[in-house]
Structures are given as C-alpha cells and as structure tokens.
Write a protein that binds this ligand. Structure first.
Ligand code: SF4
Length: 429
C-alpha cells in the first residue's frame, strides 16, 4: 500500500505519528507524499475548533477522492460521530492504539470491512521503532491522560485518567534513542508535573534516572502545571540543576486573574504560578520561561484581562502561546455564555503586541552576549541550530559540514544579531 501519514497537535501526537510511520514501513508498505497515497492516515488533534474544522474537511475530501482514510489521535475518542458523518468509510484508531496501525493497513488490501480499534490502555509507546521528523530529536511520551478537569479542556476527556509509563521503560527508550544518534530528548505528556503520581517514581527522580544515561544529549522538559509542580518543587529544582537539562520552564498560567482561574477550574491561583517562577529564577539566573494564556474565557472582564497584560510586563516570558477561547464539546465550559468575539480579537491582539515587544526587548538585550551552546540539528537554511543552556535558539551560519562541528557537540559563540525566531551566533571557541 502507498501510505501518507499527516499529524496535528502536540509533541505527543507527533511522537505517535513517528511510531505509526515506522510500523507502516515495517509491514512492507511504502510512505509516500499525500498526492500519491492510496491511504491517508490522519493523526488528529481536537484542542482548537479551527483545527477540528480543517481536519474534518480533509477527512471528507479524501473520501470523496476515493482514498482510504485512517483517522487516529484524539478526535476519534470524543468526536467519532462527526468523523463518520464526514466519511462513513473512515477506519478508526483510538489514541491508545497507534501500535495497531500495521494491522489496519494490512486489512485494507484484503477486506472491505471498516476497522475500528479502541484500546483502554496505551500500548507500544516506548522502545518501538520510529521514523523521526528530525533524526536528532527523540520525543518521549511519559504518560497518557490527566487527573485534573479544567473546565475548557477536551484533552483529558480524549486521553482519560493519568497512566504514567514505567520509569525503566522510559529510560530504556531514551537510552536506545541516544544510541541511535539523537542528541535532544523532548519529554512530553498532558502535564509532565503529574508524572508518577499514580506510581512510586515522581518526575524529579525520573529526570535523575534519565540524566544518568551516558552520552552527549540534552533534555527538554515539556509543559508542567503550577498545581502539579508545587508538590515536587524542591526536588525538581535539584533535578533541573543537572547539566543535561535545559533551563527552560514551560508553565501555562492560562489567566492572571484568580476569578477566571476559578471559573476555569484550574487548581491554582496566580500567586502559586508566580512562586514557581520566582523559585526557578532564583536557582537559574538565565531561565527561559514559556507560558500559555487563554484570552476570552467566559466571564473574563476587562479588569481580568488587564491583569494578564500586567503579568506579562512583570514576568517577561520569552514565549507566550496565546489562544482565543473556543468552546469544546463535552467540556464543562461548553455551555457558558461566550464573550463577544470582537472583544476577544481586540484582547488577543493587544496581548500579542505586548508579548512581542517584551520578547524583542529581551532578545536585543542578549545581543553581544557569549554562550556555550549545544548543537542540536542542521539549520533550515544554512549552518546549524544550537541551543544555549536555557534552550534559546541560536543559528550559527558559518557552521558548515567542514567546520568539524555537528549535532551533539558544543561550542562557544558570541551573539551578533537577533531575528523574531532565533539569535545569530559566531563561533569564538
Ligand atoms: S491539566 Fe487541565 S488543561 Fe491540562 S490536560 Fe489536564 S485537564 Fe486538560
């Protein structure tokens, strides 16, 4: 079969697509560009309404073009009827069942039966072959699901209760990836801070176990929520002290207003989040801070929104993922009275502009600085993409194939310019 795999959404979703591509290849099928494919595997995300609509259109269009379609990821778990309404012949793989893709593709050649596989427990997420989107970067999913219930969130409904993967399986998976040449390891899940709360090993201990793996690699710890970090904060700060761990904190606040956080059913107030950030900044003076903010959640007053603007000006995050609130099916907030979309647009534009000017300010302030950087991959245009110890992106254009420097190696650079997406560095040693 000629198969094309497309994927949407988070790093965990990307990792599932990598696993499915390898499974398809290992069953003797060929991976081809979309236009040449007989079979489209569409690995879905359901967090945002706009993405949902794009994906549903694609599922319908592929069916009309006579292509066989396999829909996997989060949407089958929460919007199966919507999928089958667009394409009643679509084959379905639940979010825990990516390892069964080979079985589904094999069946397409021989049977007319529509396949639908939903496993209750996640299967085959560690220690399995991968076709990585970037051969230098290994995405390791630590767990499936979440034990909290934020009012706007459809992910926990799609992925279910928290199931942390076994620490020894995670360590073996990463050891294998390092032996295959990966130099950057992304740890991902719905909330890494919750790791192990259903097991005996919590995140700080897991990080130490991973850092004990020999080899030149760096660890990027993905998103953690204030309420799941606080109980492990002291040990987490110690674990982050390891030279292998990027000093990057991705801590979604979602809102800087306690009124809105309460309506969102977020298990923290803004001071909790601020405490976590202050503690990390006390320990790591060049910490990079990423956060997520939802604009226009039902009940957000102008005063609440202004607190958000004040917060970004005070805490100066390096990156803010801004989302305009859209009601998601099956969530608690789906029935809440929506805010006028013109107000939402005005607020998200204003927040975006505030964040961009802060980002540019912090960037320009770093021009002229010197950093030891870790080369993580080839750059898109020229040279290599490297990262400082706090995950700041530095492109080194002069670093060509004959420079003797390659992914996994480190060098000292001086920053001579900043672009919206990355810094430009020159090698000094
Ligand atoms: S912490 Fe909240 S937003 Fe994150 S997955 Fe859980 S319920 Fe969803």
């Amino acid at each position: 079969m000629k198969v094309h795999v497309s994927t949407y959404g988070c790093s965990a979703s990307q990792a599932s697509a990598e696993i499915m591509m390898a499974a398809v290849r290992d069953r003797g099928h060929s991976l081809v560009p979309e236009k040449q494919a007989d079979v489209l595997v569409i690995n879905t995300c359901t967090v945002k309404y706009t993405t949902e609509q794009k994906i549903l259109h694609k599922i319908g269009e592929a069916g009309r073009l006579g292509k066989k379609v396999v829909v996997s990821g989060c949407m089958p778990e929460v919007q199966l009827d919507d999928i089958l309404a667009r394409n009643p012949r679509a084959h379905i793989l639940g979010v825990n069942s990516v390892s069964r893709i080979g079985q589904v593709i094999d069946s397409l050649g021989s049977s007319k039966e529509r396949m639908q596989i939903f496993l209750n427990e996640p299967e085959g997420f560690q220690g399995v072959p991968r076709i990585r989107f970037n051969p230098n970067i290994h995405i390791c999913q630590l767990s499936q699901g979440c034990n909290y219930s934020c009012a706007y969130c459809i992910v926990r409904i799609a992925r279910g209760k928290l199931r942390s993967f076994e620490p020894q399986d995670i360590v073996a998976d990463i050891r294998n990836a390092v032996s295959e040449g990966c130099r950057e390891i992304w740890l991902t899940s719905q909330d890494n801070g919750q790791y192990g709360t259903d097991k005996k090993v919590l995140l700080p201990e897991l990080l130490e176990m991973i850092c004990d793996i020999p080899g030149d690699f760096k660890l990027r710890v993905g998103m953690m929520n204030p309420f799941s970090v606080l109980p492990v904060l002291d040990d987490l700060l110690d674990a982050f002290g390891n030279e292998k761990v990027y000093k990057l904190l991705h801590l979604p606040i979602q809102s800087a207003s306690d009124n809105v956080l309460e309506r969102m059913n977020r298990y923290h107030n803004i001071e909790d989040a601020n405490d976590v950030i202050r503690r990390f900044r006390e320990r790591f003076d060049d910490l990079t801070l990423f956060t997520d903010i939802i604009v226009g959640f039902p009940g957000e007053e102008e005063e609440d929104f202004r607190k958000g603007i004040g917060w970004v000006r005070e805490f100066r995050p390096d990156k803010v993922n801004i989302s305009r609130y859209t009601p998601r099916p099956l969530t608690e907030a789906v029935g809440y009275r929506q805010i006028d979309s013109r107000i939402m647009v005005r607020r998200s534009n204003e927040l975006h502009n505030a964040c961009e000017s802060i980002k540019l300010g912090s960037k320009n302030a770093r021009v002229g600085n010197e950093f030891t950087v870790f080369i993580s991959r080839e750059a898109k245009k020229q040279g290599v993409m490297a990262r400082t110890g706090s995950y700041l992106p530095v492109v080194i254009p002069e670093c060509g194939p004959d420079s003797g420097l390659s992914p996994g190696m480190s060098c000292r650079v001086s920053i001579y310019d900043a672009t919206p997406g990355y810094f430009l560095g020159r090698i000094i040693s």
